[in-house]
Design a binder for this molecule. Structure first.
Ligand code: FAD
Length: 292
């Protein structure tokens, strides 16, 4: 099933993100965790792809497994930065052969050792290059793209970032998913600005439940997200108590999701990070709302 067909239904739903194993030895445990999440029957599940080869090897295996065993629509992430045309073509053929209809087309982060390097000879500069290639392939993919309510860290300003986003959408993105954010007002302001800029595709907000203190620093480093005082107070109070922090983090994420639903944002993507217990808890917190 194409994700765009789910997004045009006005039913409140959740989708979950998982990441593939980093090594062959952790394959079985990751597979089991992703299957536990699939059993919750989310609207769809996305499987990330490591830039520079990291964890890219198993993205398709995990996505295919979820789709075949649980009939949950899957979204396979694909990055292009520092890849050759041949590597990307090969991946596109494999995704198509696996019967996966949805691709999240990403540039990927520039590997640290290549930052500042001359990139003019690379086959891919930006996600738009991959989107054009997916559109040119003979597969009829539903294509997702990433967007950044708090501005992509490499952008000079939000106006420029939104201008590039519009070009990316015009090249063939069917929908967008946001980077995580902890203050919904940032999302609502962003949505207003991109609609004003003529971007009309569905935008799925991405919510990250912070369930332990270490995650806070990592999340801020990764996304540069603004932490509202309400969240900081919660982390200060409960950060030293793992069980309490987990409960508080899940409650905070649940609250964000309820507010999004209340503001007519029907699908919310949860960065569930291979944690079935967290995914299950969020879903059960919303059970009556999701049954509507
Ligand atoms: P782009 O859309 O190419 O944008 C990157 C930067 O370049 C932006 O600042 C943009 O404004 C600018 N830009 C775009 N086009 C041009 C142009 N023509 N000229 C000048 N500037 C331009 N990473 C992974 O490695 N694996 C994953 O699975 C993964 N999944 C993700 C899922 C989501 C929902 C999000 C939000 C991010 C994900 N990432 C993932 C991280 C992502 O790869 C990085 O944020 C990366 O730095 C940018 O990727 P992009 O596709 O947004 O790039």
């Amino acid at each position: 099933m194409k994700i765009i067909d789910l997004l045009t239904q006005e039913k409140m739903s959740l989708s979950f993100e998982v990441f593939p194993p980093k090594t062959e030895t952790s394959f079985e445990s990751v597979k089991t965790a992703t299957e536990e999440i699939a059993k919750l029957r989310p609207a769809f599940m996305s499987v990330t792809y490591g830039a520079g080869g990291g964890t890219s090897k198993y993205t398709l295996d995990i996505a295919k497994n979820i789709k075949e065993l649980y009939d949950v629509p899957t979204l396979a992430h694909l990055t292009c930065v520092s890849s050759s045309k041949e590597m990307v073509q090969q991946k596109i053929t494999e995704i198509q052969a696996a019967g996966i209809q949805n691709v999240m087309a990403l540039r990927g982060d520039i590997p640290a050792e290549l930052e500042g390097a001359d990139r003019s000879h690379w086959d891919y500069q930006y996600a738009i290059d991959l989107i054009r290639e997916l559109k040119d392939s003979n597969a009829d993919f539903c294509i997702g793209g990433a967007c950044y309510p708090e501005v992509h860290p490499e952008s000079v300003n939000q106006k420029e970032d939104i201008k590039r986003l519009k070009e990316k959408v015009d090249a063939g993105c069917d929908f967008l998913t946001t980077q995580m954010f902890f203050d919904n007002n940032l999302f609502y302001n962003f949505l207003y600005k991109i609609r004003e800029a003529g971007i009309t595709v569905p935008v799925i907000p991405g919510i990250m439940p912070i369930t332990n203190a270490n995650q806070i620093e990592r999340a801020m480093k990764l996304s540069g997200s603004f932490m509202p005082q309400r969240f900081k107070s919660l982390a200060d109070k409960f950060g030293g108590d793992p069980a309490a922090m987990k409960q508080a983090g899940i409650a905070y994420a649940t609250d964000q999701i309820i507010d999004l639903y209340a503001n007519n944002i029907c699908n919310v993507h949860v960065y569930s990070m291979n944690k079935p217990d967290v995914a299950e808890k969020i879903q059960s917190n919303l059970s009556d709302i999701l049954s509507k």
